[in-house]
Design a protein around this ligand. Structure first.
Ligand code: ATP
Ligand code: MG
Ligand code: MG
Length: 289
């Protein structure tokens, strides 16, 4: 077994790095088993704070900010580094995938997105209103809400964003995967029906949940658009980490949230624990095949 260590990783680059979400240009390979992600103040803040929280074992190790070609990047542990030709799955957690401030902005100063209109009609040409058709555009929260309802985010509090298996199979085509049965089918395919991988994932998800429930950081933040990254390989190694804190926002002073109460505008609830409960349920009910 290769333990994560700077020297081993920089010496032994035996795996191709896999990115399942986001823009390709946002990531670069870093040195010594790290990756570089385009810097945002929110993500840097969250990762820095998380290093001092009980959630730390479930977060990629934060290594500070570096500058390359006058661009700022957050440097963090490459979670694939310890694995041999890993299978990777990104699940976005939460019932809501946009910030309340984005909603407010869109209301006050709507920015029309033609690219999001295009993505919408590719999946359902009947979805845009006649006004949206006329404009050939939709606002970002409108698009994000529609994505939540088309997928399992709205009902189950999480959705699959992408999968890449060790055997080469990969897909980001999960936009309309919505029911528990459909998700279960995808999870089963991802783990190739291996019950020991299933057990390891369930154990790790339960450990994450228990830690979240007593984390100070988690009680004081709205965690939006964050994912759980699942990684396993042929050697039987399997683990899950929390990633993507680009929209993780501190709550106003003296407010807190429980991450299970349904969202109404202003309560900052994100449905994170609701989603994790559902995910553990689907994983546990799954009959490996
Ligand atoms: P989006 O907001 O659209 O989800 P993003 O630009 O914020 O994208 P992330 O979601 O943080 O980017 O990461 C995109 C992908 O990169 C993940 O799905 C995962 O495959 C990979 N990735 C991110 N962080 C790590 C990490 N620390 N180690 C290994 N892989 C990672
Ligand atoms: Mg992401
Ligand atoms: Mg993101």
């Amino acid at each position: 077994m290769v333990h994560w260590s700077p020297f081993v990783q920089s010496f032994k680059k035996k795996y191709p790095w896999v990115q399942l979400a986001g823009h390709q240009g946002n990531f670069k390979a870093g040195e010594c088993g790290t990756i570089l992600k385009k810097h945002t103040p929110k993500e840097q803040w969250a990762l820095r704070k998380l290093m001092a929280d009980i959630l730390r074992p479930y977060i990629p190790e934060y290594k500070g900010v570096v500058e390359k070609n006058s661009e700022k990047y957050v440097q963090m542990q490459d979670l694939l580094g310890e694995f041999d030709n890993p299978s990777v799955m990104d699940c976005k957690i939460g019932t809501r995938t946009y910030l309340e401030e984005e909603l407010k902005k869109a209301r006050e100063k709507p920015k029309l997105r033609k690219d999001m209109y295009q993505k919408m009609i590719e999946i359902d040409p009947t979805e845009p209103t006649s006004e949206e058709h006329r404009l050939g555009a939709v606002t970002k929260p409108r698009y994000m809400q529609w994505r939540e309802f088309m997928s399992s985010s709205a009902t189950l509090g999480f959705r699959i964003e992408g999968v890449k298996k060790g055997d080469g199979h990969s897909s980001r085509d999960y936009k309309t995967v919505r029911t528990k049965d459909q998700i279960s089918e995808c999870f089963n395919f991802f783990i190739d029906g291996d019950p020991s991988i299933q057990t390891k994932y369930i154990r790790r998800l339960k450990a994450i949940r228990a830690t979240l429930e007593s984390s100070e950081f988690f009680a004081l933040h709205e965690v939006i658009g964050s994912s759980l990254l699942f990684v396993h390989d042929r050697t039987g190694k399997a683990s899950v980490w929390m990633i993507d804190f680009g929209k993780t926002t501190p709550l106003p002073p003296s407010e807190s949230n429980d991450h299970r109460t349904p969202w109404v505008e202003g309560n900052h609830e994100d449905g994170y624990l609701f989603g994790l409960d559902m995910m553990i349920e689907v994983f546990s009910d799954m009959k490996p095949k």
